[in-house]
Design a protein around this ligand. Structure first.
Ligand code: MN
Length: 275
């Protein structure tokens, strides 16, 4: 009974917003068919990824991580809209690339889910996406100072880190959120073929060929931003990894990503209810 009444309240408030022309009525679209039950181990990794990103200071009560469905390239998995530290397997939902949920059941959805769908649509190499408000990257999105690889752990930044300017895509008066398909497409275009894009006045999007890679990159993008700001504050000239160094370092470090992932995952899953 309680569930039914909460759903009625949610649908009621959504209807008011739709009538006011403020949101796109996602539930009005026919729910897409499911691609099938996702691999249990993949769902467990996604739950772990949510908790790891909190542990590592990349997300707080905001931010989200998704993974492409193991059974269909045109589906992805992501939690319903709750704080990442609270995510369990029961919260994971399946979406199509328009970011329409397969089985909404009245659950609240992340407003910025379009970030994920639009990146999966144009980046077949990407299997995981993180959106965060990682604090140390914010100044780089706001100043025009480029984020560059300062040390070997963040060598993957060598292609450059573009900055998404939402005013260019959404006009002068957005609320800064990537809350539409069009804004998601514009952000995916800014990201291009790279691993990371900053979002001016907001945060970042980080992608990877796997969940461990996207999490690793999110963690070390945050660390690099902190260290780079410290290096710049010292006042001398800063030497960054050059492209050749960075490519070699990236290749070496890539083979070791399993090490932190194993550690982080063990600690993260130990915090799950019932563990
Ligand atoms: Mn956001």
């Amino acid at each position: 009974m309680e569930t039914v009444s909460r759903r009625e309240v949610l649908i009621g408030s959504a209807a008011v917003l739709v009538a006011a022309g403020r949101v796109r009525p996602a539930y009005a679209q026919a729910a897409p068919p499911s691609a099938g039950t996702a691999d249990t181990a993949l769902v467990e990794d996604l739950v772990a990824a949510n908790r790891i990103l909190v542990d590592q200071g990349v997300v707080d009560a905001y931010g989200h991580v998704s993974v492409r469905h193991d059974k269909a390239a045109d589906r992805y998995l992501m939690s319903r809209s709750i704080a990442p530290e609270l995510v369990t397997a029961a919260d994971i939902m399946e979406y199509d690339l328009d970011s329409v949920p397969v089985d909404p059941r009245g659950r609240a959805l992340y407003l910025e889910r379009f970030i994920h769908g639009e990146i999966y649509r144009v980046r077949p190499d990407v299997r995981a996406v993180v959106h965060n408000h990682s604090p140390s990257v914010i100044p780089f999105g706001a100043t025009g100072v480029p984020l560059r690889p300062l040390y070997h752990m963040s060598a993957f930044l060598w292609p450059g880190v573009p900055v998404f300017e939402i005013r260019s895509a959404g006009g002068a008066a957005t609320d800064m959120l990537v809350r539409t398909l069009a804004l998601g497409q514009a952000l995916a275009k800014t990201l291009g073929a790279g691993p990371v894009a900053l979002m001016r006045g907001h945060g970042a999007v980080v992608v990877g060929g796997s969940l461990p890679e996207a999490v690793f990159r999110s963690v070390y993008t945050e660390v690099n931003a902190r260290l780079q700001a410290q290096a710049m504050a010292l006042g001398g000239s800063v030497t960054y990894l050059d492209t050749e160094e960075a490519k070699k370092a990236q290749a070496s470090v890539a083979g070791t990503i399993g090490r932190p992932w194993e550690l982080w995952k063990r600690k993260a899953l130990a915090t799950l209810p019932g563990k």
